[in-house]
Design a binder for this molecule. Structure first.
Ligand code: MD3
Ligand code: FE
Length: 206
């Protein structure tokens, strides 16, 4: 396999990082946390067009999008409560694979129904790009696409399966990326199907 070398500098793909039992435990933890901080449907700035992906966050800061724009904030947009803490297993993952001396401040939780997708975008709302983004996929397989730092750059596709971890550091941190589709019914991990993606992030400079 030569996948990593074909991708941009700093991109690390770790297929099957979490085994089935660890995935089940993580989903149980997330089920509890999502009761505390329910999934919400973000909308596009200005237009108010809803995302097909539903979201929530864990940690000191969470990413939200509404008619006023994209930003990180300490509170859930509808309950006004602080986000729940990032669970220990995810802090340990960051420490093991992130190569970053500072702790993650945000864990964005994306839920994809089998029909959901995410258009090509860059993650640029953070105040530092020196920290990596660490992603965990759970549930149905997704077709992930990653390009370069310019929207017009060539792209490559990769299937993200349940339990896979991706680390986006270095140049890959600012590459365009998106989810073209979810392969409904490809995993039995989530009883109602679909896919969860967790992204651990650092927002503030360190
Ligand atoms: C490449 N999430 O939340 S995870 C996002 O599967 C996001 O839900 C996708 O894009 C998902 O912003 C992709 C893998 C990923 C995450 C962050 C990245 C790839 C990235 C940041 C920079 C470059
Ligand atoms: Fe992204």
């Amino acid at each position: 396999m030569h996948l990593n070398e074909e991708f941009t500098e700093g991109f690390k793909f770790m297929p099957g990082y979490f085994g089935r039992q660890e995935q089940k435990e993580l989903v149980e933890t997330l089920r509890y946390l999502v009761k505390e901080a329910p999934l919400f449907t973000p909308v596009m700035p200005r237009t108010g067009k809803p995302f097909s992906v539903r979201m929530t966050n864990l940690g000191d800061l969470g990413w939200v999008s509404d008619r006023n724009g994209y930003r990180y904030q300490p509170q859930h947009p509808t309950s006004g409560e602080n986000w729940p803490a990032i669970p220990k297993v995810l802090i340990e993952l960051w420490e093991q694979v992130g190569g970053c001396p500072a702790s993650p401040e945000a864990c964005l939780v994306n839920y994809y129904a089998p029909t959901a997708k995410m258009g090509m975008h860059q993650d640029k709302d953070e105040e530092t790009f020196d920290a990596p983004v660490v992603s965990v996929s759970l549930g149905d397989t997704a077709l992930f696409r990653i390009g370069g730092v310019e929207r017009s750059d060539a792209t490559q596709s990769l299937k993200l399966n349940s339990g896979d971890v991706v680390v986006l550091a270095g140049e890959s941190r600012l590459c365009y990326h998106g989810i073209d589709r979810v392969l409904g019914g490809s995993s039995s991990l989530l009883k109602d199907g679909g896919r969860l993606n967790l992204t651990l992030r650092r927002v503030s400079p360190f």
